[in-house]
Design a protein around this ligand. Structure first.
Ligand code: PGA
Length: 247
């Protein structure tokens, strides 16, 4: 199974559902549709509306983040996994670099993953090194730490997906070389194997994925799909990625 996850970030109003309608239509008619899943993570404000609309349709709805507590609390503006699940989402991202840079610690992320899984959300756990860490050849050790500090062998690995997103690649148009990315993806799977045993969670790549570079990514068989930011805000750009991946 391959995953194409569109992360809308701070984008979208109710009528932006038209973008998803076009993607949904393409997916529902695509002869390759059984081979992949499309998930979109709109902002919190749109989850309930979109999840209701796309229930029993091709695409699934997720959240971009969740709070590190279970149900209700007195934390202003916090949205819990319970609330997200109740709004109809099936997935949630956890640990996106945008949120790590706002202060998400490994301990908080572990609680987020724990409570998300407890509330029957599938977790897309994001990891990635920054530019300086890459320059200092610390990529693999950083990734290992991010994985082992948060993912626990007691977690249900069937409901976890890992998204590798080098921070320097997000929104920059810069992407890793094919060799580099293959090596890194294999390493991530090795670390996941050490945590979970043989069958590891799927590992996605994210960072400046578009309709033209997806052909290169496709050649790396270890990559199980993509987390797509900028290009997911346009139905044409998102569909181009799907078309070119399966061409
Ligand atoms: P991008 O974002 O595709 O715009 O680089 C990816 C992400 O942040 O998930």
């Amino acid at each position: 199974m391959r995953y194409f996850i569109g992360n809308w970030k701070m984008f979208g109003v109710p009528k932006s559902i038209n973008i998803l309608n076009k993607i949904n239509y393409f997916h529902s008619k695509d002869k390759n549709r059984k081979n992949y899943r499309v998930i979109i993570t709109p902002p919190y404000t749109l989850i309930e509306n979109y999840a209701k609309y796309f229930k029993n349709k091709s695409i699934s709805i997720g959240s971009q983040n969740c709070y590190q507590k279970d149900q209700f609390s007195s934390d202003t503006a916090a949205v819990s996994p319970f609330m997200i699940k109740s709004a109809g989402a099936e997935y949630t991202l956890v640990g996106h670099s945008d949120n790590r840079s706002e202060g998400d610690t490994d301990k908080m992320l572990k609680n987020k993953v724990f409570f998300a899984l407890k509330n029957k959300l599938k977790v897309v756990f994001c990891i990635g090194e920054n530019k300086k860490e890459k320059k200092n050849k610390r990529t693999l050790s950083v990734l290992k730490k991010q994985l082992t500090k948060v993912l626990d062998k007691k977690f249900n690995k069937k409901n976890i997906i890992v998204a590798y997103e080098p921070i320097w690649s997000i929104g920059s148009g810069k992407i890793p070389t094919k060799d580099e990315l293959k090596k890194t993806t294999i390493y991530i799977k090795k670390v996941l194997k050490s945590i979970f045993g043989k069958q590891t969670p799927a590992v996605l790549y994210g960072g400046s994925v578009d309709g033209s570079n997806v052909k290169m990514f496709k050649e790396i068989k270890e990559i199980d799909g993509f987390l797509i930011g900028g290009a997911s805000k346009s139905s044409k750009k998102f569909i181009d990625i799907l078309k070119n991946y399966y061409r």
